[in-house]
Design a protein around this ligand. Structure first.
Ligand code: KG4
Ligand code: ZN
Length: 331
């Protein structure tokens, strides 16, 4: 079965084809970073318009790359939510129209399920069951994953997501957009511990997170009378250490609670090298292992949506009802 995947939930247009026999056949991605950079964040209306411009081109490119015609596709999977309503509508409309025209099923997919399953696309995939740490711009969650479709939420952020904290902190340090990678780059030039930032909810005894106070703590440092901009890299390093320390401690607690040894990390913040190092070392000490998506599949992409849809359809999920453009922005 060849499944076309379409992702347009935020500022990346992603299209891919996943074959349940042969694996990922092709995936194409267009990032809108340049489009939104001048505004310091994603402008929803510009995002929707750019998805409209790019999606037909990417669709043709992806089919060409895969050596397929539209008639070879057996099903379409698309990101139904959560995300920006206007952006989601573009992908959902194209996916549902494609499916209707070809008389094939169209399956709405949860964006986070795509992220969560994306490490299974790697050459050395994790085995079920595992604990997943989802760290994106919109979510910070720990989940117990028994199999495809069987997810239990163990804990989540009560305020800002980890990626959001990176982005907001980068912004108040005057770094460019997108902030997460820029802050991470600056942090490599600094030394953690020269400033002391809090480790929010480290000892809360549950598996929840809170990151908004960390951003405020950074704001207090940079607006204080002693602040020296020359020390920005040290502050960035301390911020990154604080986030990684809390994420790691809670991930270990989740593994302990569930009795599992495998951790899967997904979402944009999973690309952070320091976080990876901290998690790898901690899990190694415990005799466990961490799995990540391949670097190209860490951020939003169509491959994870095609893959999640293919696994669901292969497991017997049936798409029913009248054709409809199904979006759930706050899913
Ligand atoms: O998963 P993703 O691409 O989109 C969402 O679904 O949110 O994650 C994007 C988030 C942004 O907040 C971005 O700043 C963050 O991931 N991010 C990073 C790094 N690369 C991306 N944060 C820290 N370090 C990085 N290297
Ligand atoms: Zn995402």
């Amino acid at each position: 079965m060849k499944v076309l995947g379409i992702e347009t939930s935020c500022d990346e247009t992603g299209v891919a084809v996943y074959d349940t026999q042969e694996g990922l056949l092709a995936h194409c991605l267009h990032s809108q970073i340049d489009l939104h950079a001048a505004y310091g964040g994603v402008v929803p209306e510009l995002a929707s318009r750019d998805h409209i411009r790019r999606l037909p081109i990417l669709l043709t490119q992806t089919l060409e790359l895969a050596g397929l015609n539209a008639a070879d596709i057996d099903a379409v999977a698309y990101t139904s939510g959560p995300g920006l309503a206007g952006a989601l509508l573009v992908g959902a409309s194209v996916a549902e129209s494609f499916a209707l025209a070809r008389g094939i099923p169209a399956l709405p997919v949860h964006h986070l399920e795509g992220h969560l399953l994306s490490p299974l696309l790697s050459a050395d995939p994790p085995q079920f069951p595992f604990v997943a740490l989802l760290v994106s711009g919109g979510h910070t969650q720990l989940m117990r994953v028994r199999r495809v479709g069987d997810y239990a939420l163990l804990g989540e952020s009560v305020d800002d997501a980890a990626g959001e904290a990176f982005d907001k902190t980068a912004k108040l340090l005057g770094l460019g957009y997108p902030g997460g990678p820029q802050l991470a780059r600056l942090a490599t030039q600094g030394v953690a511990g020269r400033f002391r930032l809090p480790r929010p909810m480290l000892h809360s005894g549950d598996l929840d997170f809170s990151f908004s106070g960390l951003k405020t703590a950074v704001l207090n440092v940079v607006s204080g009378p002693e602040w020296d901009p020359e020390r920005m890299a040290d502050l960035a390093a301390e911020f990154q250490h604080a986030v990684a320390e809390v994420l790691c401690a809670k991930a270990l607690a989740a593994l302990k609670k569930t009795g599992l040894k495998t951790l899967v990390v997904a979402g944009g913040v999973g690309a952070n090298q320091h976080l990876r190092q901290v998690l790898d070392e901690a899990l190694q000490k415990k005799g466990g292992r961490v799995h990540y998506p391949e670097p190209a599949l860490c951020t939003d992409n169509g491959a994870m949506i095609a893959f999640a849809g293919a696994l669901r359809l292969a497991a017997g999920e049936v798409v029913g009802g009248e054709p409809a453009v199904r979006i759930r922005p706050r899913w």
